[in-house]
Design a protein around this ligand. Structure first.
Ligand code: SF4
Ligand code: SF4
Length: 436
């Protein structure tokens, strides 16, 4: 169903299981084990893991937890290697432990932005979820320190029934602080929470209301709005109207994975199944063992027959497990293809003018695969390339500017032919090519 890439394109590394918050929606909160048995990667282990990921040509690496900034030395050591090896680095944190000095160090080592959690617009709402008195003030302070250090801050609000009525107010609050973006993400059922559906899970109607609120926030404050996990297209409905949300599919085990704080290799941070240990046997063997995430075994039957599946990816597998007891169950909030409203002018429209001069996006990274290669840009997308396209893109990366007409003449293709034109439109939509 999906090609097996030689390695993932992106990875998350869970520095620690420890966290100074106890969010009701987080799998940490529900763990039955005592906090004293939580594990944390040592600096040496982090360095070994990041080196192994870089050796396997992983492009993007996000440091997460638990709360990763409880162990800043590990984050800085891993980030230093990742940047030296040309990787993009990201950080997920509640920022309550951020100091001016640490913010400066994070910026110096190469972090450009941070994804921060906030559960509500007031201490009362936020702290009944985070479980830590004072965490609203601490988190706000961390956001301001990060901004002062020149880091961009994107805030994610995970929604349960406890905070579902405060999405707009929270978005307005973080806009006032200076956040560059805001996302509202339905809580994914923690694997070991027996009463999630009855007590915490929000309804399909509420998620749709949040999608409308995100559009309103975008209009009111002019920042980026999004969701942080895959939403099924049949939940989204009008794909064109909610274009930011419909971009996000589930890539667990397909192009991404998570490394846990013992070195265990899992398809994503929410999934408990381990397929091996990177510290013991490297990355490759575990990646190959994850085949069930690529061969269609975990795709719900309705989704496997749905014409929108290649774009939708069938929702969240953990939501499937939550609703049907199995990873190949239907996403809790999915209904079926009849509820998808496809864009009336096509999936890659509106067509863009391909005349004039272009450059390859300066953030583009390429790597070979047995079918040709892959190109990926930061904040854009990734595209698989056949061998000819891979060679062409490699050459274009070296050029300062070009027209598609000249490139067509040089490499013997007609940019206006249907297949070439379609390919160029996809490349433009994914921001692979830009105006100089
Ligand atoms: S039926 Fe499945 S693949 Fe189709 S839109 Fe819904 S979740 Fe996506
Ligand atoms: S399984 Fe769910 S939580 Fe994991 S990557 Fe997919 S959509 Fe995200």
């Amino acid at each position: 169903m999906y090609r097996t890439l030689k390695s993932p394109i992106s990875a998350q590394i869970e520095i620690t299981e420890h966290c100074n918050w106890r969010c009701i929606h987080c799998y940490n909160y529900w763990r039955t084990q005592e906090a004293r048995s939580y594990t944390t990667l040592t600096i040496e282990e982090v360095e070994k893991i990041v080196t192994e990921l870089a050796d396997n040509e992983v492009f993007d690496l996000t440091f997460t937890g638990g709360e990763p900034l409880l162990f800043p030395e590990q984050v800085l050591a891993g980030a230093t290697i990742a940047k030296k090896r040309g990787m993009w680095i990201g950080l997920n944190s509640n920022l309550t432990h951020l100091t001016h000095r640490l913010a400066h160090d994070l910026k110096s080592v190469g972090f450009k932005s941070v994804l921060v959690s906030l559960c509500g617009p007031t201490p009362e709402i936020h702290e009944q979820i985070s479980g830590r008195e004072g965490s609203f003030k601490e988190g706000t302070r961390g956001i301001l320190i990060a901004l002062e250090a020149g880091l961009k801050v994107f805030v994610n609000m995970v929604t349960t029934r406890a905070n579902q009525d405060y999405a707009y107010e929270t978005g307005a609050y973080v806009a006032g602080l200076g956040a560059s973006g805001f996302s509202v993400t339905r809580a994914t059922a923690p694997g070991n929470c027996p009463n999630f559906e009855e007590d915490f899970q929000i309804s399909r109607e509420k998620i749709k209301e949040h999608m409308e609120i995100l559009l309103q926030l975008e209009l009111d404050f002019g920042y980026n709005v999004s969701v942080c996990e895959c939403h099924p297209l049949c939940l989204i409905g009008d794909v064109k109207r909610f274009r930011h949300i419909s971009r996000r599919g589930c890539n667990a085990g397909i192009s991404t994975l998570a490394i846990g704080s013992k070195g265990e290799v899992r398809p994503c941070t929410h999934v408990g199944n381990s397929y091996g240990n990177i510290l013991v046997e490297g990355l490759h063997a575990s990646w190959l063992r994850m085949i069930e995430w690529r061969d269609g075994s975990l795709v719900p039957e309705t989704c496997s027959l749905c014409k929108y599946f290649p774009i939708c990816t069938g929702g969240c597998r953990m939501e499937g497990k939550n609703s049907k007891g199995s990873l190949n169950g239907m996403d809790t909030h999915a209904t079926g293809p009849e509820d998808v409203v496809p864009p009336e002018d096509g999936w890659i429209s509106p067509d863009r003018d391909i005349s004039g001069y272009w450059v390859v996006n300066p953030t583009a990274r390429l790597r070979t695969e047995d079918f040709g290669g892959i190109i990926k840009v930061t904040d854009g997308g990734r595209i698989p390339l056949n061998k000819d396209s891979y060679q062409l893109l490699t050459k274009l990366c070296e050029r300062r500017a070009f027209t598609f007409e000249d490139v067509g003449k040089e490499f013997s293709f007609n940019p206006q032919s249907e297949s070439s034109y379609q390919f160029l439109q996809i490349m433009l939509k994914r921001s692979i090519f830009m105006r100089p």
